[in-house]
Design a protein around this ligand. Sequence first.
Ligand SMILES: NC(=O)c1ccc[n+]([C@@H]2O[C@H](COP(=O)([O-])OP(=O)(O)OC[C@H]3O[C@@H](n4cnc5c(N)ncnc54)[C@H](O)[C@@H]3O)[C@@H](O)[C@H]2O)c1
Length: 391
Amino acid sequence: MLGSGFIGRFYADSLQGQRSRDKIVSIYSRREESAKKFAADYNCAHWTTSMEEAINHPDVDMVCISLPNNLHEAAVLACCKAKKAVMCTKPLGRNAEEAKRMLDAVEKAGIFNGYLEDLVYTPKFLKALASVKSGALGRILWAKSRETHPGPHSEWFWDKEQAGGGCILDLGCHCVEISRSFIGKDIKPIEVMCWADTQVKPIDAEDHAIGLVKYENGAIGQFEVSWTFRGGLDLRDEVMGSEGTIWLNSFLRTGFDMFTTGKGADYVAEKAESNTGWLFPVGDELNELGYNHMFADMFNAVEAGKAPQETFYDGYVVNAVLDAAYRSAKSKLWEPVKLEVWRGKEGADKEKSLTSYNEQFYLIKDEVTHFGSRKLILKDKKTGQIVEQVI
Ligand SMILES: NC(=O)c1ccc[n+]([C@@H]2O[C@H](COP(=O)([O-])OP(=O)(O)OC[C@H]3O[C@@H](n4cnc5c(N)ncnc54)[C@H](O)[C@@H]3O)[C@@H](O)[C@H]2O)c1
């Protein structure tokens, strides 16, 4: 494990929880006391303040990168040198150029690479995706994802150089991969329009943004991200298809509401801002946030010699979409997604969904009214005229 901070500990809880057979055998942290503390907390035999030493430890089969964004590339390159399988947290790079160098390096070294995008592994997401793939929603038209909270935990996130950006990069990476998965990872994202601003925090990067991602088949992705939201961690997705709808609420208001005057002062949930009054605790954060399913996929894939659901290639595509968002926020125009490598469909058709009613008409709408009749709205296939029939 590289990094003993916020996410390193969530990952460790998931990796070693529930009688797992996977084990953290070496922990690297920048400071000796943090490395020692992590080693003690997770019963880890080896700790070090040298990244190379942890990666090259003979008992290490797989490296998990839980370091600040500006250190991902150096860590990946060290794994390539040591020929160790690697998993990297999000975002893969601070931009697509950095992500592409990481992708090229792991592919050249021929090592396993997994992109740790936990929010496409939550139980709710996996079930929703299975429904979308089975056709339950028809053609996906719009996939919106929101992640907003009161801001990240460590100082480096707030420094544009180390983090690579603000909430667009930090949170938009989750949202883009969620929308992209619902729309289809083989469908090319082509253009982005984004509004971003620094509304509250005294920082150079953006603390609030909304963006639209256009896909080649005509579907639209939408992300809403903020480091200025008050009230906890808001994770919500909406998918709209020609045959159905899905709404997911992954963290606040998930069916566990609690009131307390504050006597117990318990930990409530990640980024909860209060522990009194009405609260929304989360039953099992590791599972609800997707960590368990994510690591199961990663380890099953490495053992089977297969690629996991999320690879460095996915991380690279996400970075390319977010680069376009940053360009659009500046230019105020639709900006193209620049993908040097594209492995999905080329020239996906803009799908049409004209429902034929009979030889003469297309069906626009079929409705039963409150006064008991059935109303059909139809369009003549030849003349284009729109007519109404009450049955
Ligand atoms: N849901 C998620 O997938 C999720 C959530 C939070 C963070 N992250 C990602 O995990 C990575 C780490 O974030 P975090 O919240 O754990 O950060 P953090 O500051 O809590 O931890 C970073 C760790 O990196 C190590 N480190 C080594 N050199 C360092 C240096 N020069 N400066 C600072 N730390 C150094 C330290 O051990 C430190 O504990 C980031 O890339 C972040 O985007 C992912």
